[in-house]
Design a protein around this ligand. Structure first.
Ligand code: F6P
Length: 319
């Protein structure tokens, strides 16, 4: 009987629990022995393997975070840590390890594959910035969380006629800022992929104020700059005193959206199907809206940028 293990790695993302549940339930349905590994690659190094049952994933689908806990493992990048991980996988007779996480986690899975351990990756990060897939589990929930927060911030910005800067996550990518900015009708969006001229931004604020707009929302991706620095620059050049909200971990937590639970469930099931078909060492992703399985080299070779036509659209719509 095949033995598989599943772990979550890197930043937690809503929908990871649905993916774990799908792997466990679908694996057991097909007669596999399924193990959960706690705290990502740290758990592989430390031998934190536990057998999973149908019941062990009961009730988790409605919750954010990850029932298996997660970590960003520095030890796994060392020769000692990697060898220990290899030994533990062999000792537990794991045929395939399923890794749920982002690009860094996929690099770890590829390294294991190159060393002879079969792996599969499910894409999960709120940033939606992974190679080889159009969608990552957690992005939709994070967007909805930002939208809900901005709707509240807008009430206050409008009541006090203020400029509100909202800084969102995304590391070095602007997917969250772009899509949330479009969804909430932000007056300006600052992206790492499209550097903003602060002078032009200030002019835009003046022009919209002259047209009768008495408040503005500026959506800033963390990779485009620090919200407080940007506020200082704007107040140095204009009469506005922007108020800054850094949304932080609010974006990572919370109950997953229907979309993220559906994607987590479908991707988890597809990973098990790939294992049953001996098609391992692949990322389960989406392409043109369809689920696909791609090998790691192909995945890493296809880094998807943001859609700048949506940036232009948001500017056009927010005049
Ligand atoms: O990758 C998800 C993410 O939330 C990024 O948007 C952010 O830059 C980073 O993780 C923060 O990581 P940490 O878990 O170290 O706070």
């Amino acid at each position: 009987m095949k033995r598989i293990a599943v772990l979550t790695s890197g930043g937690d993302a809503p929908g990871m629990n649905a993916a774990i549940r799908a792997v466990v339930r679908k694996g057991i349905y097909h007669g596999l022995d399924v193990f959960g590994v706690e705290r990502g690659y740290e758990g592989v190094i430390n031998g934190d393997f536990r057998p999973m049952s149908l019941h062990s994933v009961a009730g988790i689908i409605g919750y954010g975070g990850t029932m298996l806990k997660t970590a960003r493992s520095e030890a796994f990048k060392t020769n000692g840590g990697f060898s220990k991980a290899m030994r533990n996988l062999a000792d537990h007779r794991i045929d395939t390890l399923i890794v749920i996480g982002g690009d860094g986690s996929m690099a770890g899975a590829q390294k294991l594959a190159q060393a002879g351990v079969q792996t599969m990756v499910l894409p999960a990060t709120i940033d939606n910035d992974m190679c080889g897939t159009e969608y990552t589990i957690g992005f939709d929930t994070a967007l909805n969380t930002v939208l809900e927060a901005v709707n509240k911030i807008r009430d206050t910005a409008a009541s006090h006629e203020r400029v509100a800067i909202v800084e969102v996550m995304g590391r070095s990518s602007g997917h969250i800022a772009l899509m949330a900015g479009l969804a909430c009708g932000a007056e300006a969006i600052m992206l790492p992929e499209k550097p903003t001229d602060i002078g032009e931004l200030c002019q835009r604020l003046h022009q919209s104020h002259a047209r009768g707009k008495l408040y503005s929302i500026i959506m800033v991706a963390e990779g485009a700059g620090n919200g407080f620095d940007i506020a200082a620059q704007i107040s140095g050049k204009t009469m506005y005193k922007p108020h800054v909200t850094v949304l932080g971990y609010i974006q990572r937590g919370g109950a997953p959206s229907a979309m993220d639970n559906i994607m987590g469930s479908r991707m988890g099931a597809m990973a098990v199907d790939a294992i049953l078909a001996d098609q391992t060492n692949r990322l389960v992703g989406t392409s043109k809206g369809e689920l696909v399985c791609v090998d790691y080299d192909t995945a890493f070779a296809s880094k998807r940028g943001i859609d700048l036509s949506l940036y232009d659209l948001s500017l056009t719509l927010s005049i």
